[in-house]
Design a protein around this ligand. Structure first.
Ligand SMILES: [Zn+2]
Length: 328
């Protein structure tokens, strides 16, 4: 089986968004140390809207230029060490303002690419992609939508094609969410490690131009979330997220998860990392070709860094770790 360790390289989007140092720079350094030790490569989906706004607001606030410079240096280093840098778009950065040292967004009607006109969306996709390519000095061909919101995809298929985006990893297998900001419905997505598609993210088409590598999905029992909840309280240092920001609300999901099983991503974030080996073994028994694992530098914990390292050590004897670019 091919295993993909993928990280969304971004701040938080609640209030506050957290600092670049703690949400991005320093946890990515720790991930890099693991990658070097285990000799594997990761895929980073870079939230380019942030970089664009750092430059724009840096004209008024020079410290933001410094922040931009540090991220740029890290992205260049990641590329030099063979990690895969791909495009991640949270288009609400278009509405960002930097006020009293904090980022503020008007998220309503601006969270998803589908909240924008087709012309605006095309401009965003093209600008963000070329900005990233100019930083790392190479073309990118992979994509993950912010908040997994990219439906209906038929709006974007011709833009993606024209821009040279070929591989998508937005689909969260079996996932579904409709809230004020989010919309995705992947309940009909093919139950397999990879598939080609044309205009519909959830419909396999062997002659389709695009390749989907869906993020693995798994049903977590309430016991899992109770353990997470208790451990966070009795061992906060080990189980506290390294990032210093807050998530945007997902409509009571936290409380639901303590009551009934919840379908969620296969992830190396925080306590989710405890399930990585057993879920990988399950997917392998099911003869799946690929498993994409999602993570976020900001959501790592001391515990999840250790678990991730052990996970790679165990699984690299049996499976192949690939980057998105190596998938084709
Ligand atoms: Zn994201």
């Amino acid at each position: 089986m091919n295993l993909f360790l993928t990280f969304d390289y971004e701040l938080f989007f609640g209030s506050p968004t957290g600092s670049m140092e703690k949400c991005i720079l320093s946890p990515t350094e720790k991930l890099l140390a693991i990658a070097r030790r285990r000799n594997v490569k990761f895929t980073f989906f870079v939230d380019v809207g942030y970089l664009i706004q750092l430059k724009k607001w840096g004209k008024q606030f020079p410290e933001l230029i410094e922040t931009h410079e540090k991220i740029t240096q890290q992205l260049i280093q990641l590329t030099a060490e063979g990690h895969d840098i791909q495009l991640h778009i949270h288009p609400h950065w278009e509405t960002a303002e930097f006020i009293n040292g904090l980022w503020q967004f008007s998220m309503d009607d601006h969270y998803k690419l589908t909240d924008f006109s087709l012309q605006e969306a095309e401009h965003i996709i093209r600008t963000y992609k070329s900005t990233l390519e100019n930083i790392i000095g190479k073309k990118v061909n992979g994509f993950r939508a912010g908040g997994w919101c990219l439906q209906p995809f038929k709006h974007f298929s011709s833009i993606f094609k024209a821009c040279g985006i070929k591989i998508d990893s937005t689909v969260l297998q079996g996932g579904h969410m409709e809230t004020k900001h989010y919309y995705f419905d992947f309940r009909d997505a093919p139950d397999k490690g990879r598939y080609n598609f044309k205009d519909n993210l959830c419909q396999e088409d062997p002659s389709g131009h695009f390749l989907e590598l869906p993020i693995g999905g798994y049903k977590y029992n309430p016991g899992f979330f109770w353990r997470l909840y208790v451990l966070g309280r009795i061992m906060p240092r080990r189980h506290k997220m390294v990032g210093d920001g807050n998530f945007i609300s997902q409509g009571g999901k936290k409380y639901e998860s303590l009551k009934r099983p919840i379908w969620d991503h296969v992830s190396c974030d925080g306590y989710y990392a405890s399930k990585l080996n057993s879920i990988t073994n399950k997917f392998n028994r099911e003869k799946r070709s690929d498993l994409v694992i999602i993570g976020h530098p900001k959501s790592m914990t001391q515990y999840s860094f250790e678990k991730l390292n052990q996970f790679i050590q165990v699984q690299q004897k049996k499976h192949t770790f690939l980057t998105l670019a190596q998938a084709e």
